[in-house]
Design a protein around this ligand. Structure first.
Ligand code: AMP
Ligand code: GLY
Length: 423
C-alpha cells in the first residue's frame, strides 16, 4: 500500500512512525512533512491547504490511503475534495468536521442531545455579549467560535477582563473570522483528560487516555501553548469515569452527529474536565491531539492501517483495539521564548541516540534539514517520548532522554507528569 499523510508536526511524525510499522505499507509520502518524518516518508512540498494539488498528487502516485492529521484542512473540506476524486481518505468530511470547526455548533449539539458540558450562551453581537456579561458570575470563559490555533479561549476573572475579551475576539477580530460568533461559558474546575477515539460513523472505539500540559512554564504558569508535554494513561481517568463517558458522552456524540446528517468518520478527540459533578466535555477536536498522539500511538499494539481502513469501511466493530499495559511521557523541547518571540535555525545534536534505545522516541515538531544539519525551525522543536512500566518510570526515562539532545536556546518544562504524584 501507498499512504499519504497530510501535515508536518510531531503528531504527523508519530502517525508516520506508526503507519511505517504496518506490514501492508510499502511507501509513505508526507505533505509537507519535516526532517524527522523524512526517515519514514518521502516529504512532498505541497501545503496542507492545497487540496487540489494534494488530490492530483495522490492520483498520480496511486495513493491507496490518505490520512489527514491537521484541523485546518479537515474543517476546510479536504476530505470532500478527495472523495469527489474517488480517493480513499481517513478523516471527517466538512459537514462532520464542524464538530471542531465551530464551538457554537458543538455546544448546541451537546445541549440538544443532553451531553454533559459547561453551561453557555452563544453571541454573534458584541453589544448583547457585553450586556450578558454585566450580570454573569466570574471567572467566566470566552471562546472564539472557529479555529484559532488553540488560542481563542480566554479565561476572565473580572468583568473588566471579560469586556476586554469581547473586544479582542469580536471587535478587534484578533482571531479573524473565528470571532464572528463567540461562546460565553461557565468556568469549570477539575482535572483535564484527553481521550482520542476512532469512529466509523456508528461505532466508536476509545484509545488509551492522556493528559496535556498547555501552559509554557512550570506549575502551569505562563502563556497557553500548543502543548508542552503529555503523559498516558491518566491515573485520574478511572474505570468509573470511563463507564460514565461511555454511557453519556462518546456514543451519544457519534449518534448525535449521525442524527444531524453529519455522519462522523475519523478521530474524535474528547477534551474532558473531571468536575465534582462528573465528567463534562470541554471541547471536541476532529483529529489526533498534539502532543497526545506522541504518547498514545507508541503504546498502541493494533496495526493502525487496519483501524483507518475499518473507519472508512464502517467495520470498526470488528476491530480489536489494543494498548500496552505500560505508560509513556512526552516532554517537548521548545525554543526559549515560545510561544512569543524566539530564534530558530540552530543545529540539533544527539538525535542518533534514540536509535540505540528501545522505547524511546524523538518526534520532530519544528525542524528542517538545511542541506548540512537538522536545525530548529519552530517554537516547539522536538517531542521526546519514553515508555516505562509505570508513569514514574516513563517520566524518569523521558527526562533522561531530553539530556541526549542539545541545541542553542533549548527550553522545556520540568514538571511534565508531576500531577501523577498526587494520584
Ligand atoms: P479548549 O480549546 O476549548 O480546550 O480550551 C483550552 C483550554 O482552556 C482548556 O484545555 C482548558 O484548560 C481551558 N478551558 C476551556 N473551557 C473551560 C471552561 N469552561 N472552564 C475552565 N477551563 C476551560
Ligand atoms: N493537545 C491539544 C490539541 O491537540 O488540541
Amino acid at each position: 500500500m501507498k499512504v499519504l499523510i497530510v501535515g508536518g508536526g510531531g503528531r504527523e511524525h508519530a502517525i508516520a512512525w506508526k503507519v511505517a510499522q504496518s506490514e501492508k505499507v510499502e511507501k509513505i509520502y508526507c505533505a509537507p512533512g519535516n526532517a524527522g518524518i523524512a526517515e519514514y516518508a518521502e516529504c512532498v512540498n505541497i501545503g496542507a491547504m492545497e487540496f487540489e494539488k494534494l488530490a492530483a498528487f495522490a492520483k498520480e502516485k496511486e495513493i491507496d490511503l490518505t490520512v489527514v492529521g491537521m484541523d485546518d484542512p479537515l474543517v476546510g473540506g479536504i476530505v470532500d475534495v478527495f472523495q469527489a476524486e474517488g480517493l480513499r481518505v481517513f478523516g471527517p468530511n466538512k459537514a462532520a468536521a464542524i464538530l471542531e470547526g465551530s464551538k457554537a455548533f458543538s455546544k448546541d449539539l451537546m445541549k440538544k442531545y443532553n451531553i454533559p458540558t459547561a453551561a453557555y450562551e452563544n453571541f454573534d453581537n458584541a453589544e448583547e455579549a457585553l450586556a450578558y456579561l454585566e450580570t454573569a458570575k466570574f471567572p467566566i470563559v470566552l471562546k472564539a467560535d472557529g479555529l484559532a490555533l488553540g488560542k481563542g479561549v480566554l479565561i476572565c476573572n473580572t468583568l473588566e477582563e471579560a469586556k476586554e475579551g469581547v473586544r479582542t475576539i469580536m471587535l478587534d477580530k484578533q482571531f479573524g473570522e473565528s470571532g464572528n460568533t463567540m461562546v460565553v461559558e461557565e468556568f469549570m474546575t477539575g482535572r483535564e483528560v484527553s481521550v482520542l477515539t476512532f469512529v466509523d460513523g456508528k461505532t466508536i472505539k476509545t484509545m488509551t487516555s492522556a493528559q496535556d500540559h498547555k501552559r509554557a512554564k512550570d506549575g502551569d504558569q505562563g502563556l497557553n501553548t500548543g502543548g508542552m508535554g503529555t503523559f498516558s494513561p491518566s491515573p485520574f481517568y478511572t474505570k468509573e469515569v470511563e463507564d460514565f463517558c461511555e454511557k453519556y458522552i462518546y456514543q451519544a456524540t457519534v449518534d448525535a452527529m449521525r442524527a444531524e446528517g453529519r455522519t462522523f468518520k475519523g478521530i474524535i478527540f474528547f477534551g474532558l474536565m473531571l468536575t465534582e459533578d462528573g465528567p463534562k466535555v470541554l471541547e471536541y477536536n476532529a483529529r489526533f491531539g498534539d502532543p497526545e498522539t506522541q504518547v498514545v500511538l507508541p503504546r498502541m499494539k493494533t496495526d493502525i492501517v487496519d483501524v483507518f481502513e475499518a473507519c472508512i469501511d464502517g467495520t470498526l466493530d470488528q476491530v480489536d483495539l489494543e494498548f500496552e499495559d505500560n505508560a509513556a511521557v512526552c516532554v517537548v523541547l521548545a525554543s526559549a521564548g515560545y510561544p512569543e518571540k524566539y530564534e530558530k535555525g540552530f543545529p540539533i545534536a544527539g538525535l542518533e541516540e534514540f536509535k540505540k534505545h528501545d522505547g524511546y522516541y524523538c518526534f520532530h515538531a519544528g525542524t528542517k534539514f538545511d542541506g548540512e544539519n537538522i536545525v530548529t525551525n519552530g517554537g516547539r522543536v522536538l517531542g521526546v517520548t519514553a515508555k516505562g512500566a509505570d508513569l514514574k518510570e516513563a517520566r524518569a526515562n523521558a527526562y533522561a532522554a531530553t539530556e541526549w539532545i542539545q541545541f542553542e536556546n533549548k527550553y522545556k518544562r520540568n514538571d511534565i507528569g508531576k500531577a501523577i504524584d498526587e494520584a
